[in-house]
Design a protein around this ligand. Sequence first.
Ligand SMILES: NC(=O)c1ccc[n+]([C@@H]2O[C@H](COP(=O)([O-])OP(=O)(O)OC[C@H]3O[C@@H](n4cnc5c(N)ncnc54)[C@H](O)[C@@H]3O)[C@@H](O)[C@H]2O)c1
Length: 419
Amino acid sequence: MTLKAVSAIDNPAIFCLVASQEQVGARLDKYSRLVIVSLLSRFRLFCLLARYILYCISNYLPESRTLPLGLTIRSDTANMAPINVCMVGTGEYTTGFVGGGASGSDKKVGVVGLTLFDLRRRGKVGNLSMVGTSGQKFPAIREHLTKNITEHYNGLDTSFESYPANDQRDSEAYKKAIDALSPGDAITIFTPDPTHYPIALYAIERKIHVMITKPAVKLLSEHQHLIEEAKKNNVFVYIEHHKRFDPAYADARDRAVRGLLGEFNYFYSYMSQPKSQLETFKAWAGKDSDISYYLNSHHIDINESMVPDFRPVKVTASASAGIATDLGCVPETEDTITLLVDWEKKDGSGRRATGVYTASWTAPQKAGVHSNQYFHYMASKGEVRVNQAKRGYELAGDDAGLFHLNPFGEFCWLPCKED
Ligand SMILES: NC(=O)c1ccc[n+]([C@@H]2O[C@H](COP(=O)([O-])OP(=O)(O)OC[C@H]3O[C@@H](n4cnc5c(N)ncnc54)[C@H](O)[C@@H]3O)[C@@H](O)[C@H]2O)c1
């Protein structure tokens, strides 16, 4: 006998038993069908009532409880208590505040702060704090966030606790900020690359979850140590490779991983930002890190995630120089870095592939987009080409000119508010 159970849409408490007339009608008379409907409907009502009572009780419990018969009920509210988050780094990506005002890039109000202020509004996170190296910047940062976020987004609260104090400079203020958190809370790290490792380690050792921007760290040994410590302390350590969530990139990766394109053979990528970034990042550009760590890390991660059966076996690199130093950067600053990587299939079949990754921070100022970014992946049965600089969304204005916007993330480059 084939029976199909369907919950009535307008009254979920009523359980309907639908049986096709031809199959069931002959075997069930009207009376037995009514008995089944009635029994099931009472059982379902009982279940709904029991679930509702358990839900009500659990809301009054501070934590999970084990009841007689081994039944455990857990308080949703206790379980989902919002975590407190400390943002480490107060620069372009966290606040959009650069060199005394809003960044000239597409991150005029930052990304991390805005997101966390909104998550707090929705009750997903609790207290927010921010830590930099110079407390003197905080009054101006607060003014910038009030003007460009609170006054633009329906009064969104942009308040936060700050470290170090307004009259202090302290490159280790992150320790005090992390000490103020409790195990299970979280930090985000958007600071110059060499500082990611010590800050992350300090937090992990105190059982704080960590989100580190790319590139996670600069040395393989540091990377491995963080994984080890994260396991030991039972915390999440997440690397912010946001290109993985770009719908076009994710689709390309899915096709490659499922083998629809065949065996990996060649990958080429280019990613660049305008020369003005050298001014934004002048505190560390060329000294503490380079443009390959900064931008190539995106496409190397994408390539690696597309080809789990391959591993890189040889890396050579080449760089151009002269533009950044003409602009006043330290002598060791390179303009455009290209990596040439040999990949080998892990199964010993002898299959090889080539990856070429180029990154630059000396692109023209008015290239139409803040970041040029494209790649070409070729395999034995097919290829993909993705150009995510101009995501198919153009906006023009009398004063602003033509812009290629990112409909997945950017806010308006033209005034969004009616004046
Ligand atoms: N700007 C972007 O578009 C972007 C995008 C993705 C990832 N990132 C990554 O973010 C990191 C840089 O952050 P940014 O872009 O905001 O740069 P930024 O130079 O504008 O800001 C860096 C911030 O780090 C702070 N800082 C430096 N040392 C510190 C320390 N010891 N303790 C606490 N704070 C410290 C500085 O005070 C500054 O506020 C890099 O690793 C970069 O790869 C940047």
